[in-house]
Write a protein that binds this ligand. Structure first.
Ligand code: NI
Length: 138
Protein backbone atom coordinates (compact mmCIF):
# COMPACT_ATOMS: atom_id res chain seq x y z
CA UNK A 1 0.00 0.00 0.00
CA UNK A 2 1.26 3.47 -0.89
CA UNK A 3 2.06 5.83 1.92
CA UNK A 4 -0.61 8.51 2.26
CA UNK A 5 0.19 12.11 3.05
CA UNK A 6 -2.36 14.68 4.17
CA UNK A 7 -2.32 18.40 3.62
CA UNK A 8 -4.66 21.30 4.27
CA UNK A 9 -5.74 23.75 1.59
CA UNK A 10 -7.05 27.23 2.24
CA UNK A 11 -9.17 28.80 -0.44
CA UNK A 12 -11.99 31.20 -1.04
CA UNK A 13 -15.25 29.63 0.18
CA UNK A 14 -17.13 30.55 -2.99
CA UNK A 15 -14.44 28.84 -5.06
CA UNK A 16 -14.72 25.77 -2.86
CA UNK A 17 -18.51 25.70 -3.30
CA UNK A 18 -18.12 25.84 -7.06
CA UNK A 19 -15.52 23.09 -6.92
CA UNK A 20 -17.77 20.88 -4.78
CA UNK A 21 -20.72 21.43 -7.13
CA UNK A 22 -18.61 20.64 -10.18
CA UNK A 23 -17.12 17.44 -8.79
CA UNK A 24 -20.48 16.24 -7.48
CA UNK A 25 -21.92 16.57 -10.99
CA UNK A 26 -19.09 14.43 -12.28
CA UNK A 27 -19.78 11.74 -9.74
CA UNK A 28 -16.93 12.21 -7.29
CA UNK A 29 -17.79 11.18 -3.77
CA UNK A 30 -14.81 12.89 -2.17
CA UNK A 31 -12.73 15.99 -2.74
CA UNK A 32 -9.59 13.94 -2.28
CA UNK A 33 -10.18 11.80 -5.35
CA UNK A 34 -11.07 14.87 -7.44
CA UNK A 35 -7.89 16.63 -6.32
CA UNK A 36 -5.79 13.51 -7.02
CA UNK A 37 -7.19 13.46 -10.58
CA UNK A 38 -6.41 17.15 -11.06
CA UNK A 39 -2.84 16.56 -9.94
CA UNK A 40 -2.48 13.54 -12.24
CA UNK A 41 -3.81 15.56 -15.19
CA UNK A 42 -1.28 18.23 -14.47
CA UNK A 43 1.54 15.66 -14.27
CA UNK A 44 0.51 14.20 -17.62
CA UNK A 45 0.51 17.71 -19.13
CA UNK A 46 4.05 18.20 -17.80
CA UNK A 47 5.17 14.93 -19.40
CA UNK A 48 4.01 16.24 -22.76
CA UNK A 49 5.65 19.61 -22.23
CA UNK A 50 8.92 18.12 -21.02
CA UNK A 51 9.38 15.77 -24.01
CA UNK A 52 9.05 12.64 -21.91
CA UNK A 53 7.93 9.29 -23.26
CA UNK A 54 4.17 9.54 -23.66
CA UNK A 55 1.20 7.53 -24.87
CA UNK A 56 -1.63 8.93 -26.95
CA UNK A 57 -4.34 8.28 -29.47
CA UNK A 58 -4.69 10.10 -32.76
CA UNK A 59 -8.12 10.01 -34.36
CA UNK A 60 -8.72 11.15 -37.87
CA UNK A 61 -11.72 11.24 -40.15
CA UNK A 62 -11.23 11.54 -43.88
CA UNK A 63 -12.83 10.80 -47.22
CA UNK A 64 -10.98 7.88 -48.76
CA UNK A 65 -12.20 8.89 -52.23
CA UNK A 66 -10.17 12.04 -52.02
CA UNK A 67 -7.30 11.61 -54.47
CA UNK A 68 -4.15 10.11 -52.95
CA UNK A 69 -5.25 10.86 -49.40
CA UNK A 70 -5.39 7.24 -48.31
CA UNK A 71 -1.83 6.74 -49.62
CA UNK A 72 -0.63 9.89 -47.85
CA UNK A 73 -2.12 8.76 -44.54
CA UNK A 74 -0.52 5.33 -44.86
CA UNK A 75 2.80 6.77 -46.05
CA UNK A 76 3.03 9.11 -43.06
CA UNK A 77 2.39 6.24 -40.69
CA UNK A 78 5.13 4.16 -42.33
CA UNK A 79 7.51 7.04 -41.71
CA UNK A 80 6.61 7.07 -38.01
CA UNK A 81 6.95 3.35 -37.31
CA UNK A 82 8.82 4.04 -34.09
CA UNK A 83 5.89 5.93 -32.59
CA UNK A 84 2.97 3.76 -33.76
CA UNK A 85 1.80 0.82 -31.68
CA UNK A 86 -1.41 0.05 -33.55
CA UNK A 87 -3.79 1.45 -36.14
CA UNK A 88 -7.44 0.63 -36.54
CA UNK A 89 -9.45 1.61 -39.59
CA UNK A 90 -13.23 1.84 -39.55
CA UNK A 91 -15.33 2.47 -42.69
CA UNK A 92 -17.95 4.93 -41.42
CA UNK A 93 -19.99 5.11 -44.63
CA UNK A 94 -19.46 5.07 -48.39
CA UNK A 95 -17.01 7.98 -48.25
CA UNK A 96 -15.77 8.48 -44.74
CA UNK A 97 -13.16 6.57 -42.80
CA UNK A 98 -12.13 6.80 -39.18
CA UNK A 99 -8.57 5.90 -38.33
CA UNK A 100 -7.47 5.44 -34.74
CA UNK A 101 -3.72 5.42 -34.24
CA UNK A 102 -2.30 4.43 -30.87
CA UNK A 103 1.04 6.10 -30.36
CA UNK A 104 3.89 5.89 -27.88
CA UNK A 105 7.18 7.75 -27.93
CA UNK A 106 8.73 11.14 -27.33
CA UNK A 107 6.06 13.82 -27.10
CA UNK A 108 7.75 15.80 -29.88
CA UNK A 109 7.66 13.12 -32.61
CA UNK A 110 4.17 12.00 -31.53
CA UNK A 111 2.84 15.56 -31.75
CA UNK A 112 4.56 16.00 -35.10
CA UNK A 113 2.87 12.90 -36.50
CA UNK A 114 -0.53 14.19 -35.36
CA UNK A 115 0.13 17.62 -36.86
CA UNK A 116 1.24 16.14 -40.17
CA UNK A 117 -1.85 13.95 -40.38
CA UNK A 118 -4.04 16.93 -39.57
CA UNK A 119 -2.39 19.04 -42.25
CA UNK A 120 -3.09 16.54 -45.03
CA UNK A 121 -5.55 17.97 -47.54
CA UNK A 122 -8.91 16.31 -47.17
CA UNK A 123 -8.60 15.25 -43.55
CA UNK A 124 -11.88 16.42 -42.04
CA UNK A 125 -10.95 16.12 -38.41
CA UNK A 126 -7.89 15.06 -36.48
CA UNK A 127 -7.44 15.03 -32.74
CA UNK A 128 -4.69 13.95 -30.41
CA UNK A 129 -5.64 12.59 -27.03
CA UNK A 130 -2.65 12.95 -24.75
CA UNK A 131 -2.10 10.31 -22.12
CA UNK A 132 0.71 8.72 -20.19
CA UNK A 133 2.69 5.51 -19.95
CA UNK A 134 1.50 5.49 -16.34
CA UNK A 135 4.93 4.95 -14.87
CA UNK A 136 5.81 7.80 -12.56
CA UNK A 137 2.16 8.56 -11.82
CA UNK A 138 0.59 6.80 -8.86
NI1 NI B 1 -12.43 3.11 -44.89
Amino acid sequence: MEKLARFGVSLDSELLQRFDAAIEKRGYTSRSEAIRDLIRSDLVEREWEESKEVVGVIMLVYDHHRRQLQEAVTDLQHRHLGEIISTQHVHLDHHNCLEVVIVRGGSGPVRKLAERLQALRGVKHCSLSMSTTGSGIS
